[in-house]
Design a protein around this ligand. Structure first.
Ligand code: NAD
Length: 365
């Protein structure tokens, strides 16, 4: 198999963490007999500095020509005063729009070695493994009319049938390879747009009779994620509700430096850590590369249908955490403080070892 991957490290810690993700990606490719072609381009503040715009046509075209895009992060103090359309963050919104990435996926999966570091009790958290599937290009964040004046502010939450159908279909498809349970989250007791959402999701569900569908109001869902996160498998929801629920889901299972994400459309896929460019620690070899490496694992799973490769990466991260290695953001007493490079190297070593162990049958995924 051959795959083209566009690398967009971006600003701040972007280079450091993407370097780690690339090393792991190359190690996977070697083991799984895969040929990878990498193209690296600028995005965000570094692109503005060189070309006067945060996203160039060349960068965009390179993304169009690839099978997957791996992005670091954009932004930093230096570009804060720029007009909105030239800010590094504008490049991200533009890229997502141009690649028509209408789905955002954020997993909430607890690494067992990390179970005592969460704000939730171990008994509540253990075994948690769900994803929040958020509609990314519609709903209240984009609805018209919008605005405010002296006396009033207003936004519009609307969804069209194709918008709901395509994301619902994706949720049922993803659930096929998981625990076959979709929870559609809405506010249908108050909002007509949610009643509409619920109806369309039920219609699409008829094509997936072997997947269990339930509906939940968003306020209850927020409570249930914290009360009993194990009950969820795939949470399907709209843009704003997903924005909030994916943060809750992410934070109960890890810290910012450990949370990966995938944004998908019909044709293109972009994988990136949830965190930003962390200018406060940029260039100091301190950043946690796990979110970027986990994003690469999602790429193997979703874009290349290489679930085993993704599981091996996750297992290597798990073993590294179990060995007590921690970057500064997740460090606690009794653990070994490691740099970005040391964390990456440890994950690579563990990946090699686990790969060999499972080939010999002494380790099972
Ligand atoms: P941030 O996520 O960059 O940092 C928040 C805090 O978390 C900082 O203390 C940082 O040091 C720490 N942190 C983040 N990632 C880490 C990692 N991998 N390892 C260790 N520590 C980590 O958020 P911010 O400070 O609000 O924003 C900084 C810049 O990033 C801004 O310009 C913002 O607009 C941008 N940003 C970009 C994205 C993106 O590219 N997707 C997302 C959020 C923020």
């Amino acid at each position: 198999m051959t795959a083209k991957i566009t690398l967009l490290p971006g600003d701040g810690i972007g280079n450091e963490i993407i370097e780690g993700a690339v090393k792991v990606t190359k190690a996977v490719a070697e083991k799984f007999d895969m040929t990878l072609q990498f193209e690296e381009r600028l995005i965000g503040g570094c692109s503005y500095d060189k070309y006067g715009k945060p996203l160039t046509e060349d960068t965009l075209q390179t993304c169009y020509d690839s099978d997957a895009v791996l992005l670091g992060a954009v932004g930093g103090y230096k570009w804060e005063a720029l007009p909105h359309h030239l800010k590094p963050e504008a490049a991200l919104l533009d890229l997502r729009k141009k690649l028509e990435l209408f789905i955002n996926i954020r997993p909430s999966k607890i690494f067992p070695a990390f179970v005592n570091d969460s704000s939730l009790k171990k008994e509540v958290l253990e075994g948690t493994d769900f994803i929040v599937l958020r509609e990314l290009t519609g709903g209240i964040y984009f609805g018209e009319p919008r605005g405010y004046d002296k006396d009033k502010g207003w936004n519009t939450m609307s969804y069209t049938r194709p918008e709901v159908e395509r994301i619902a279909r994706k949720a049922f498809e993803l659930a096929k390879n998981r625990s076959r349970k979709v929870t559609s989250v809405d506010k249908a007791n108050v909002l007509e747009v949610s009643q509409f959402w619920r109806e369309i999701v039920s219609e699409v569900h008829k094509d997936y009779p072997d997947i269990e569908l339930s509906n939940m109001y968003v306020d209850n869902a927020a409570m249930q994620i914290v009360r009993n996160p194990r009950q969820f498998d795939v949470i399907l929801t709209s843009n704003m509700f997903g924005d909030i629920l994916s943060d809750i889901g992410g934070m109960i299972t890890g810290s910012l430096g450990m949370l990966p994400s995938a944004s998908l459309g019909e044709k293109y896929a972009l994988y990136e850590p949830v965190h930003g460019s962390a200018p406060d620690i940029a260039g100091q070899n301190k950043a946690n590369p796990i979110a970027a490496i986990s994003s690469a694992a999602m790429m193997f799973d979703i874009s290349f249908q290489m679930t085993k490769a993704a599981e091996l990466i996750d297992a290597a991260i798990e073993r590294t955490l179990k060995q007590g290695k921690r970057t500064v953001d997740i460090h606690s007493e009794g653990c070994e403080l490691v740099s970005t490079q040391q964390m990456t190297d440890a994950i690579l070593t563990n990946f090699e070892e686990i790969y060999n162990e499972q080939a010999l049958g002494v380790f099972t995924l």
